[in-house]
Design a protein around this ligand. Sequence first.
Ligand code: HXC
Length: 248
Amino acid sequence: VQREYANVLVSRPSPGVALITLNRPKALNALNAAHFQDISDAMKEADEDASVGAIILTGSERAFAAGADIKEMKDKSFAEAYTANFLADWEVITKLKKPVIAAVSGYALGGGLELALQADILLAAPSAQLGQPEVNLGVIPGGGGTQRLAHLIGKSRAMELVLTGRIIGADEAERWGIGRVVREGSVVDEAVKVASDIASKGRIAVNAGKEAGLRFEKRLFHALFSTKDQKEGMAAFAEKRRAEWTHS
Ligand code: HXC
């Protein structure tokens, strides 16, 4: 039985696909502690569910997430933030084994963008508005934004976003290398298609593909020759038939 959460909706829109929808619409999905705990728990639940092959994280039409909850954190002291290691749990997505697709419509700002950037694949609706406006609040991105953006779009563009707080649209984001804009239909429908496709593959190869940094890529590639899925996948190609994955 799937758990229920106060601040996120969970569903299985297609076999092998878990859909997690941020659901604090009145606050444009601003991420307070309770909301983030729900996201984290729902993601872990999906990751541990053997029937799930890929996870989609989405928000509403108006907002993927407008950032960390400013009203909740505004009175924090340095000592409180430092001692409790505030935001230490934010990297949860990067620790999951299953691939995560962020389906972004509307605002993805501050921690909201940082959450989306932690996904393996980012799909954006034409309405998407992305930015790191923290500088306007007297702070900086705290959920990996400065580093992940620099890696994705280069230092100059990353610094422009981080130091000016300018919000960019989906087209500019795509041109810069942040994900893909989905022009026809809904971004969630497209995410379900991509997730279903991923869920139909052998889990071991998907997991390895996600895990591979350049340093490990070739070694993981070699190691996959010890799996039944590799034997089956390559035999199926040679025999012109569909592979029957046993995930072993
Ligand atoms: C708390 C927020 C919020 C946020 C919106 N709301 N964003 N509450 N934290 N990050 C609330 C508003 O206060 C308002 O509540 C309701 O959601 C609707 O928002 P409006 O501002 O009325 O909507 P609109 O005029 O359409 O403007 C949309 C917006 C604006 C441009 C997205 O809300 C905005 O600038 N939000 C803040 C964006 C931001 O600075 N994000 C970075 C946060 S810092 P009421 O009660 O008035 O209806 C951050 C640090 C990350 O993320 C650290 C690492 C994880």
